[in-house]
Design a binder for this molecule. Structure first.
Ligand code: GDP
Length: 441
C-alpha cells in the first residue's frame, strides 16, 4: 500500500502527542525530528522536507496551540493541513472549455502512458464524453497495436495512420477526424524514450505548436521516486505542463514522488493510477490523500466509489423486493456483482477512518469466498434461484458438482439465505408496525 511506512511512523509519532494535556517546545522538537526522518525515508525531496518541518514547527509553537486544551490534536491538524498544501490546493480539473479538448499525453517509456491514456478515455466516457484516442508513437512497432487493444476493450475509437507519417501530421489529422465524427476529447498518446531526449522534446513541442492544445499531461511512474520529480521538472521547463498523472502507486510503498512533485515543480497532480486494469484511476484530491496518510480515512472517496459502482435503479428495486419479501438468489448474485465493482476489499477498507496498515494485515479478506458463493448460485437453475425451497438432496448434489464445491457448502449457503429472508421478513414487519404506530391522526 502507498505511504505504508510513512503512514505508520507519522501515526505513531503523532499519537504520542495526542494524549498529552500540555506540550512543551521540546515535545514538539522531538516529534518533528521523527516526522522529518519519516518523510526523508519516504524519499520526499529534502528541501521540501526542510520547509515542511519549519512551517509545522512555527505554527505548532504558536500560542493558540500551546494554550489549547488539546494541543496534540492541534499539531496533528497542522500536519494534515501542511501535508495537503504540499500536494496542492484541491482537485485541479481538466479544462474542457475548448471543443474538441485536445490533451497531449507524454512521458518516458514504461511510465504507463498508453495504459493511462486508455484509463482517462474510459473515465471520460463514463462522464458522458466521446473521446478519441490517437496513436502518435510511431517508433515502437507494438505501440499502435497496444493502443488499439486498449481502445477496443473500453469501446473507444482509436485514430491511427500507421507508422510512416510524422506524429505532428497524425495529430493534426486526428483533430479534423474528431470534429467530423463528434468526438469532444482528443487524447494523443505520444512516443516515449528511455531518457529525456532532445529529439523527443522537439517532437512534442512541434505537436504543441501545431495544435490548439488544452492540456499537456505528464505520466510518471511513482515507483521511480525523486527521478520522477526530476523528469517532471525537465518536461515542465520545455513544455509547460498542465498536470501530472502518477501511475503505479499500488507498487510504491514510499510515496516520495506524490509528496514532492507539486512542491518542487508547482505542477498539480491531476490523477493517480493504482493498478493495471483500465478502471484503476482516481481524480487526485490532496486533502483526502493527506487524511489517508494520517489514518484519518478517506470517506469521501469511498462514497464516490460506492456511488459509481452501485446502480441506483437496482438499489430502488432491491429495496422494494426486501419489503415485499421477494428477494431471490438472482438478486443475491446482483449484490455480489456490485460488491465486486467496488474493487479489491482491501483498498476499500483502507479508506475507512482509523484503519491502519497493521489492522489491514490482521483482517483476512477472503475474496475466494465470494467467488465460491457466486459459483454455487450460477450452478442453480432459474427456477431454483427463484424458489430455493425446491432444492432437495439430489439437486444439492448436482449444484455442488457444477460449482466445484460440496453439498455441505451448498447447504450452508441455502441456510444463510433462509436466515437472510427471515430477517428481512422481520424488518418488513417492523416497518409495518412503525407505520401503524406513527400513523397521523
Ligand atoms: P508506456 O510505455 O508509457 O506507454 O507504458 P505502458 O502503458 O505500456 O505501461 C507499462 C507497464 O506498466 C504495463 O505493463 C502496464 O500494465 C503497467 N502499468 C501502467 N500503469 C500501472 C499502474 O498504475 N500500476 C501498475 N501496477 N502497473 C501499471
Amino acid at each position: 500500500m502507498i505511504f505504508e511506512s510513512l503512514s505508520d511512523k507519522l501515526q505513531s509519532t503523532l499519537s504520542m502527542l495526542r494524549g498529552k494535556g500540555k506540550l512543551s517546545e521540546k515535545d514538539i522538537d522531538l516529534a518533528m525530528r521523527e516526522v522529518k526522518l519519516a518523510l526523508l525515508e519516504a524519499d520526499v525531496n529534502f528541501k521540501v522536507v526542510k520547509n515542511f518541518i519549519n512551517t509545522v514547527k512555527e505554527r505548532s509553537l504558536g500560542s493558540e496551540v500551546l494554550n489549547s486544551l488539546t494541543p496534540g490534536q492541534q499539531v496533528i491538524k497542522i500536519v494534515n493541513e501542511e501535508l495537503t498544501s504540499l500536494m496542492g490546493t484541491g482537485e485541479v480539473k481538466i479544462d474542457y472549455s475548448k471543443k474538441p479538448t485536445v490533451i497531449m499525453m507524454c512521458g518516458l517509456q514504461g511510465a504507463g502512458k498508453t495504459t493511462t491514456s486508455g484509463k482517462l478515455a474510459n473515465l471520460m466516457k463514463k462522464e458522458g464524453k466521446r473521446p478519441l484516442l490517437v496513436a502518435c508513437d510511431v517508433y515502437r512497432p507494438a505501440a499502435i497495436k497496444q493502443l488499439q487493444v486498449v481502445g477496443e476493450s473500453i469501446d473507444v475509437p482509436v485514430f491511427t495512420m500507421g507508422d510512416k507519417i510524422k506524429p505532428v501530421d497524425i495529430a493534426k489529422a486526428s483533430v479534423e477526424h474528431a470534429k467530423k465524427n463528434g468526438n469532444d476529447v482528443v487524447l494523443i498518446d505520444t512516443a516515449g524514450r528511455l531518457h529525456i531526449d532532445e529529439n523527443l522534446m522537439e517532437e512534442l513541442i512541434e505537436i504543441n505548436d501545431a495544435l490548439d492544445i488544452s492540456e499537456i499531461l505528464l505520466v510518471l511512474d511513482a515507483m521511480t521516486g525523486q527521478d520522477a520529480v526530476n523528469v517532471a521538472a525537465a518536461f515542465d521547463e520545455r513544455l509547460k505542463l498542465t498536470g501530472v498523472i502518477l501511475t503505479k502507486l499500488d507498487g510504491d510503498a514510499r510515496g516520495g514522488a506524490a509528496l514532492s512533485i507539486r512542491a518542487v515543480t508547482n505542477v498539480p497532480i491531476k490523477f493517480t493510477a493504482m493498478g493495471e486494469k483500465l478502471d484503476q484511476i482516481e481524480v487526485f484530491h490532496p486533502d483526502r490523500m493527506a487524511s489517508r496518510i494520517l489514518g484519518m480515512g478517506d470517506v469521501l472517496s469511498l462514497i464516490e466509489k460506492a456511488q459509481s459502482a452501485v446502480d441506483e435503479q437496482k438499489a430502488i428495486e432491491l429495496e422494494k423486493k426486501l419489503r415485499t419479501q421477494s428477494f431471490t438468489f438472482d438478486d443475491f448474485l446482483d449484490q455480489l456483482e456490485q460488491m465486486k465493482n467496488l474493487g479489491p476489499l482491501e483498498d476499500i477498507l483502507g479508506m475507512l477512518p482509523g484503519m491502519n496498515n497493521k489492522m489491514l494485515k490482521g483482517i483476512n479478506v477472503d475474496e475466494k469466498e465470494f467467488a465460491r458463493l457466486e459459483a454455487i448460485i450460477r450452478s442453480m437453475t432459474k427456477e431454483e434461484r427463484q424458489k430455493p425451497e425446491i432444492i432437495d438432496i439430489s439437486r444439492r448434489k448436482r449444484i455442488a458438482n457444477g460449482s466445484g464445491t460440496t453439498p455441505v457448502e451448498v447447504n450452508k449457503l441455502l441456510k444463510q439465505f433462509k436466515e437472510l429472508r427471515k430477517m428481512m421478513k422481520q424488518f418488513g414487519n417492523m416497518g409495518k408496525m412503525n407505520k401503524k404506530k406513527f400513523k397521523m391522526p
